[in-house]
Design a protein around this ligand. Structure first.
Ligand SMILES: *Cc1c(COP(=O)(O)O)cnc(C)c1O
Length: 462
């Protein structure tokens, strides 16, 4: 075996030809999606206002595998297969007998795993005649990924960017505009919802929930010309991300090892699902017993402290209602620096699997997360995205636990992106100015009082 190697690389020809859909093995992950006004099951027609038909079919598909269109594979080849790296220097620094591997998604042109779905979504929209895409972005990772994908398929992209990020983090905006996208600070004057918020408070700083509402409204009011694109949470997004885990399975094989634990950070759940679901398939079908650990911030403890129920996908209650662990759609998280992990909900499929005990979850505080990030940087050389640093924190904790128990545990984590656009966060950390936020119990309790009152027959609600 290649026990002396550090990098495990695949060729263009090893790029997966199919995405893996977890619903093919666990059909219960497909849970009801409700209309935000009627609270009844949504129809494909309603969803078709927002998404192209092909993505709606993928959303409810129970086919185990879905062919990746050749046009999408061609674009994937610009950066995929991504490397799998053994963190030998980190192992040494920790003095652990554990073997630590990471899959590095930061090599994509926008610096994270998000193009894996953005490229597919832009392709299907183009194929079905969509004239432009609308979307939201917080810190800018998703907006950059969709702008990149739009530029490849000749698809204009309209990005509603949370105003505080637009003002404080101009570089991601410049990247999106370089790819040819239009970027607006949200709330904007372009939507009814945005205008209503600005009338009440011209200095409204915006939030991800508000930006989602504006992007959805812009698509709904476009007479079918524009559609909306979401970078996480939905089944089809998680399915597109499965290329991460499929490649990692082949690469672990090259390394001659198999992971005892697979770790990923969770915001909406897509990069975690991307690396973990193919390993879950091996647990279910091949009798493997890999532990799958989702890592979230203690400031937005969706899985570890949220309620498993129906809630709106956005703040303005315009997006469909999903069954998920939620902190309440009106919950406004503390301003942690991992902007991509501040969503109030979580992918319904991941919630179902967590509820059923297929996966585990842990929450980690901000300061120890940045500590882990720099420990990783100083050993391995890559500055991680603050989101990805949550996975590193948990991986280091696993490695230290293995050290205490004298176990040669094999740990695999997903390094979902680099932090080269997040230097202001690192600047604050290095100056000792980052804080830990306690578990926001009161705020969550208040937000959970505003859940939709869904009445459903127990069988349907299940
Ligand atoms: C957006 C983002 C995340 C969180 O989103 P998921 O859908 O949970 O993966 C994590 N890491 C990076 C680098 C991101 O850009």
């Amino acid at each position: 075996m290649n026990s002396q190697h550090t990098k495990f690389l695949l060729n263009d020809t090893d790029l997966p030809k199919q995405w893996y859909n977890i619903a093919g093995d666990v059909p219960e992950v497909i849970t009801p999606v409700l209309h935000p006004q009627t609270l009844e099951l949504v129809t494909p027609d309603f969803l078709n206002v927002l998404f192209p038909m092909e993505l709606i079919m993928q959303e409810i598909s129970t086919d185990r595998y879905i062919d990746i269109p050749e046009e999408v594979r061609e674009v994937y080849k610009l950066y995929r297969p991504t490397p799998l790296i053994r963190a030998r220097r980190l192992e040494k620094a920790l003095g652990t007998p554990a073997h630590i591997y990471y899959k590095y998604e930061g090599v994509s042109p926008s610096g994270s795993h998000k193009p894996n779905t953005a490229i597919a979504q832009a392709y299907y929209n183009k194929k079905e005649g969509t004239k432009a895409l609308t979307t939201e972005t917080g810190a800018g990772q998703w907006g950059s990924a969709l702008s990149l994908a739009g530029s490849f398929f000749g698809m204009p992209v309209e990005v509603y960017m949370v105003r505080v990020s637009y003002d404080l983090k101009p570089y991601r905006r410049v990247l999106m505009e370089s790819f040819g996208a239009e970027v607006y600070p949200s709330p904007t004057e372009r939507t009814e919802y945005g205008r209503s918020l600005l009338a009440a408070d011209p200095d409204n700083p915006g939030s991800l929930g508000i930006a989602i509402s504006e992007a959805v409204e812009a698509a709904v009011r476009s007479n079918g010309e524009k559609k909306y694109s979401l970078g996480s949470v939905l089944n089809h997004v998680l399915t597109h991300q499965s290329v991460i885990g499929e490649e990692a399975l082949k690469q672990m094989d090259l390394a001659g090892e198999y992971p005892d634990v697979v770790i990923g950070c969770v915001g909406g759940g897509s990069n975690f699902a991307g690396i973990a679901y193919p390993f879950l398939r091996e647990n279910l079908r091949e009798g493997r017993q890999t532990r799958l650990v989702a890592v979230e911030p203690t400031a937005t403890p969706t899985l570890t402290k949220g309620l498993y129920t129906f809630d709106y996908g956005d703040t303005a209650r315009m997006a469909p209602i999903l069954k998920m662990f939620t902190l309440g759609h009106s919950f406004i998280p503390a301003p942690i620096h991992a902007g991509g992990l501040r969503y109030h909900g979580m992918a319904p499929s991941l919630c179902r699997l967590y509820d059923q005990g297929y996966i585990e979850a842990v929450a980690v505080p901000q300061v120890p997360t940045f500590e882990a990030a720099l420990q990783f940087t100083r050993a391995e050389g890559i500055l991680p995205a603050p989101e990805s640093a949550h996975a590193i924190r948990a991986a280091i904790d696993e490695a230290l636990d293995a050290k205490e128990k004298g176990e040669e545990r094999v740990i695999l984590f997903n390094l979902s992106g680099h932090g080269n656009f997040d230097l202001s966060s690192y600047q604050l950390y290095l100056a000792g100015k980052l804080e830990n936020y306690a578990y926001p119990e009161e705020k969550i309790r208040a937000a959970l009082k505003e859940l939709p009152q869904v009445q459903m027959a127990p069988a349907a609600a299940d």
